[in-house]
Design a protein around this ligand. Structure first.
Ligand code: SAH
Length: 352
């Protein structure tokens, strides 16, 4: 029955106000609806300052989000919480809250599954199921805020689009999500506090640079040359490493926002000192940042994480060649923090 109804969580404030006006309601009713929406109410019935007739009209036209939290895992240290969420069509997605001293960060999903096929990633093993709607991405933030609100004062301050899916493969919905999550009447999160991670879809990176949405761009590079990158990322056959880096340079020039390159170290595959040298050479004169993290081992792939000595050698080589590099803090390893891992283990447990 709800198939034809629009998810109000995916609408911009002006669209909500217009929608109410079309129902013969005044603009201030729209504002009242908006003021309820991001507080986690899940029925129009609960919007108690609206007349019953208005609530009924809203109910006939819209649904409110549909991301139901069904499971959660909290890391031993308590600094990472992974949520498993059920969508209206029974698909499952996951999102992760990471607690940093500068505020809570939400890592959210942009697609059910992913079609990029990176060999080390659990999210892509079953391919792409579908894109997430704008409201389903907003609902992840609202869900996390509601969950956090039960235990502590502060809600989500930062958002990273690093959950399952390739955000630039769901381009229009992701752009609308970014504008809405940033909107002062939406969730009011600063663009500076939002990071989008991409495996390097060059044409859409260039488009993103022109959107006037100055978020931080993170590029999953993981290899300094095409030959090596093709071994682990099929997308490397479509776009060359040099094109990906140049799109990063363009993004920086256009937005002034510093670009980050992600580099996950796989033992004896992409973690050689020569790889670090080649990477440093390619990033010469580019004021960017490199984030190094040892690969999170997943079940069906034989890759091993690099040894401490090899990680240190890789990082030190980059440093000595003038690259601004940090080793990313690994959070939530004990709760299967890597992309797609919790969902996999949940589904496995259902099958058993
Ligand atoms: N599709 C986007 C965002 C989702 S993945 C992208 O490719 O950037 C978020 C980050 O996690 C990417 O840098 C991705 O390469 C990395 N990642 C995926 N699986 C991983 C694993 N098993 N170990 C370490 N990093 C992983």
């Amino acid at each position: 029955m709800t198939g034809a109804k629009v998810d109000i969580l995916g609408l911009m404030p002006h669209e909500i106000i217009e929608g109410l006006q079309e129902m013969g309601e005044q603009a201030f009713r729209g504002k009242q609806v908006i003021s309820w929406l991001y507080k986690g109410v899940n029925s129009f019935e609960d919007m108690t300052n609206l007349p019953k007739t208005t609530r009924k009209k809203l109910e006939d036209t819209y649904i409110i989000g549909s991301v139901k939290q069904i499971d959660k895992r909290i890391s031993k240290k308590g600094d990472t919480i992974k949520y498993l969420c059920l969508l209206a069509d029974h698909n499952i997605i996951e999102c992760v809250v990471m607690k940093y001293n500068y505020g809570n960060t939400l890592c959210l999903s942009t697609q059910v599954g992913c079609r990029m096929g990176c060999s080390f990633c659990a999210s892509t093993k079953q391919g792409l199921v579908r894109n997430l709607e704008v409201g389903e991405m907003i609902a992840q933030v609202v869900m996390a805020n509601t969950q956090l609100g039960q235990t502590e004062e502060r809600g989500i301050r930062n958002i990273v689009l690093m959950g399952s899916g390739e955000p630039l493969d769901n381009y229009d919905n992701v752009i609308k999500f970014l504008r809405l999550v940033h909107h002062p009447e939406g969730l009011n999160i600063s663009y500076r506090n939002i990071t989008l991670s991409t495996c390097g879809l060059v044409p859409n990176m260039i488009k993103l640079a022109q959107e006037n949405v100055p978020i931080t761009l993170s590029i999953s590079l993981h290899a300094p040359n095409d030959e090596l990158r093709k071994k682990i990322m099929p997308v490397a056959s479509a776009y060359k490493v040099d094109e990906v880096i140049n799109a990063g340079r363009y993004y920086f020039e256009k937005t002034g926002r510093r670009v980050t390159f992600e580099y996950s170290l796989i033992d004896r595959l992409n973690d050689n000192v020569e790889d670090a040298r080649e990477l440093a050479h390619k990033l010469k004169d580019f004021p960017c940042h490199v984030n190094v993290i040892p690969i999170n081992e997943i079940d069906e792939v034989l890759y091993k994480r690099s040894s401490e000595a090899r990680i240190q050698a890789f990082v030190n080589t980059l440093k000595s060649l003038g690259v601004h590099v940090t080793r990313r803090r690994e959070l939530g390893q004990d709760i299967e923090g890597a992309c797609g891992q919790l969902k996999r283990s949940y589904l496995d447990s259902l099958e058993k």
